[in-house]
Design a protein around this ligand. Structure first.
Ligand code: PLP
Length: 372
């Protein structure tokens, strides 16, 4: 049997990620592979770090791109910071909050759950009550942009509440980075992880992360080694550190980092505020069109993520058949519901390079056709 090259179709990606990757980023990926300890590559890594500091709005020295997907970024935050004697408050309003809770359980730490109905933002009042009931809590963890529901939580207020109770914060920004306002230093976020494949519109498989000085101190003062060798950030940092000699830790995904560099250059050129505004504008246009099609949002208007629009599947429409129709006739991918919303909702992404007028128009026309 001969197996030939795999040539994927040209899809328009309007699901929960990955998002459309621009030709500019794809061409960066195809540049010649060089050694991961080549001085020129190391220089590029330094630029990735400073571009990430810009994207995260932080001066954190400990800011880098983990050679693994967002889930590894999440695990890196938990395994480095949390030890079995700690109490961690996890705010859970969807699938990705549940995964944070799972990390805490697997470490053997004391988990306190602050649960909110799926489709709603995390409630700062509920967090405040949990903190009063658990003065021993050391960390507060929450998902800024819950991709399973399309809810945006008020990260600034949640961090303020956590800090008033002397807790460090662990924040999932996988879907928020580059798509909505996010200010790591101003909001006092201690550990944050993101993903390359959402609003940065890079290829999947890289997780930008950043730790505050206080979080770094917590890692330095650990009495036991980090239980994961690959995710031990003291080792990873020696590989990424700007000064002195790089210490080999693993082989970085060289070409994927070219792509991340390119996508971050595009973000810097556009400027963060403009990117946030573009996501908001495209969301407004899409929301108007979805309303005209009679589709209803899951999330209340003031808690909605512009980059992930979750709408109930209308009565009489066949979930799988509609999505298949969009793929076959329009090369358009929208997302199925996840967790509690499986079979009940669609998730329409407007992330990064996908947040464009032509995508909004295509999606509305295709849905209109599919739903007749
Ligand atoms: N957290 C959130 C909010 C996500 O949306 C995702 C992926 O969709 C992840 C974490 C996990 O990221 P990855 O799939 O890159 O491992």
């Amino acid at each position: 049997m001969t197996i030939s090259s795999f040539i994927p179709p040209q899809r328009t990606l309007m699901g929960p990620g990955p998002s459309d990757v621009s030709a500019q980023v794809l061409s960066a990926l195809a540049r010649p592979t060089i050694g991961h300890l080549d001085p020129l590559f190391i220089g590029m890594m330094d630029e990735v770090k400073s571009l990430l500091q810009y994207a995260f709005q932080t001066e954190n020295e400990f800011t880098l791109a983990l050679s693994a997907p967002g889930s590894a970024g999440m695990e890196a935050c938990f395994v480095n910071l949390v030890t079995p004697e700690d109490t961690v408050i996890v705010c859970q309003n969807g699938v990705f909050g549940s995964r944070m809770a799972e990390n805490v359980k697997r470490i053997g730490a004391n988990l306190v759950l602050v649960e909110r109905q799926w489709g709603r933002a995390v409630d700062p009042q509920q967090l405040q009550q949990a903190l009063l009931a658990h003065p021993e809590a050391k960390f507060v963890a929450f998902v800024h942009a819950e991709t399973s529901t399309g809810a945006l939580s008020d990260a600034k207020t949640l961090c303020e509440v956590a800090r008033r109770h002397d807790c460090l914060t662990i924040v999932d920004a996988v879907t928020s980075l580059g798509g909505v306002e996010l200010k790591v230093d101003e909001w006092g976020i201690d550990a944050i992880y993101a993903g390359s494949q959402k609003c940065l519109s890079c290829v999947p498989g890289i997780s930008p992360i950043s730790f505050s000085e206080q979080a770094v101190q917590v890692i330095k003062q650990r009495k036991t080694p980090v239980p994961s060798w690959f995710l031990d950030q003291s080792l990873v940092m020696a590989y990424w550190s700007g000064e002195g000699k790089r210490v080999y830790h693993h082989t970085a995904p060289v070409n994927s980092l070219y792509a991340l560099h390119e996508s971050l250059v595009m973000l810097k050129n556009e400027e963060l505020e403009n990117a946030w505004q573009r996501h908001q504008q495209m969301h407004q246009q899409l929301a108007q069109g979805l309303k005209e099609l009679g589709l209803e949002y899951v999330v209340p208007a003031n808690e909605r993520l512009p980059q992930l629009n979750t709408v109930y599947i209308p009565q009489g429409a066949d979930d799988a058949k509609v999505r298949q129709y969009l793929l076959e006739h329009y090369n358009l991918e929208i997302g199925a519901g996840l967790g509690l919303f499986a079979g009940k909702a669609w998730r329409i992404g407007l992330m990064g390079f996908s947040a464009r007028k032509e995508n909004v128009a295509l999606c509305l026309a295709a849905l209109k056709d599919a739903l007749v």
